[in-house]
Design a protein around this ligand. Structure first.
Ligand code: DAH
Length: 344
């Protein structure tokens, strides 16, 4: 039996050392140490020995098992590290190379303003409504009470697409789309792009941005409009900023007004930014014209509403002291990088 043991160990050692892969090694492990292995069979033969012989022989078998077990564990480690070496050699990864640099991007100043405006109005109880850049004449003009011969409908002002479709000339059509779908109370703002066939200069761009606001309910008054504007400018430009309204005309509001805010550069004293007037133009406003309500099926006897539209590019330019609107559309990295720390 001693001979058997010796033979088994020697054969097993050879095979374990020659194993070429982990699966092969695992097979060997079960054939040398498993229940059906020769060593386990030898254990059964202990019964045939005398009680005196048994302990020594039992120990010899267990020692043999221990030796093979260690051998297998060592071989397992060396096969594993050989595998890792092989993988590294096969790939082109050079772990000593310096890493690739990732430049941190920054949000565009208009995106920052856009988000800030949304936050301010949401805090005042408004929801954000979305429209589409391509509109039809009905929503962009007719439903907004704009007469057929109004100059803004002119080809020289409006980009037409086809079949009376056009690039919206303002964000006001979102008012119509909202009133068509919802019943009052309605409190929405709608920020977005608008398009006009304007010559590009320091203050004009054929693509620009507006934010529209609409509040329709029972007993909405001009005082609500003034108060909302005041709260907005204070939250946007800081305490002490004032708004004022001047009589004006828009087809979709009656009465209509233009909105100014006190100059954010000089605080209203008069400077070059406000052309010494102390005020800056911001957009238009007014009480929703009953004709507009009629187009959307809202009862103008029961409800009143205010609306306004502000220039978002203008707000961004004032807030970030940008003198030329083209800066907002050039995507000059030297400009954009300066907004890195403003990102939220
Ligand atoms: N849509 C106007 C424009 O683009 C701005 C405006 C004026 C919007 C008065 C309004 C408003 O909602 O009530 O010039």
């Amino acid at each position: 039996m001693k001979e058997d043991l010796k033979r088994i160990i020697e054969a097993a050692e050879q095979q374990i050392l020659n194993a070429k892969s982990l699966p092969e090694l695992l097979n060997l492990k079960s054939s040398f140490l498993g229940k059906k292995s020769e060593l386990s069979q030898l254990m059964l033969k202990l019964r045939d020995l005398t009680p005196e012989e048994r302990p020594a022989f039992g120990k010899a078998i267990n020692d043999a098992k221990g030796v093979l077990d260690n051998l297998i564990t060592e071989k397992q480690e060396s096969l594993k590290s050989a595998e890792i070496d092989r993988q590294h050699k096969g790939s082109s990864v050079d772990l000593t190379m310096p890493g690739r640099r990732f430049n941190k991007g920054s949000l565009h100043p208009l995106t920052l303003i856009w988000r800030e405006i949304e936050d301010v109005f949401i805090s005042l109880g408004f929801e954000v409504a979305e429209g589409t850049d391509i509109e039809d004449e009905f929503h962009n003009f007719d439903a907004l009470n704009t007469p057929q011969d109004h100059p803004s409908r002119n080809l020289a002002d409006t980009f037409y697409v086809e079949n009376s479709q056009l690039l919206r000339t303002h964000t006001s059509p979102v008012q119509i789309r909202t009133m068509e779908r919802y019943v009052p109370p309605i409190r929405i703002i709608s920020p977005g792009r608008a398009y006009r066939n304007d010559k590009i200069d320091a203050t004009h761009s054929p693509v620009f941005h507006q934010v529209e606001a609409l509040y329709v309910d029972e007993n909405v008054s001009f005082a609500d409009l003034k108060d909302t504007l005041n709260q907005f400018v204070v939250k946007m430009f800081g305490a002490g900023t004032k708004s004022r309204i001047r009589p004006h005309f828009f087809p979709f509001t009656e009465p209509s007004a233009e909105i100014d805010i006190s100059c954010v550069a000089c605080g209203g004293k008069g400077c070059r930014v406000c052309k010494e007037s102390g005020w800056l133009e911001m957009g238009g406003a007014g009480m929703v014209d009953p004709n507009v309500f009629k187009h959307t099926g809202i009862d103008s006897e029961k409800y009143t509403g205010f609306a306004f539209g502000l220039g978002m590019d203008r707000i961004a330019m004032l807030k970030y002291d940008i003198k030329d609107i083209r800066v907002l559309f050039d995507n000059d990295l030297r400009v954009l990088k300066q907004f890195r720390n403003e990102n939220r």
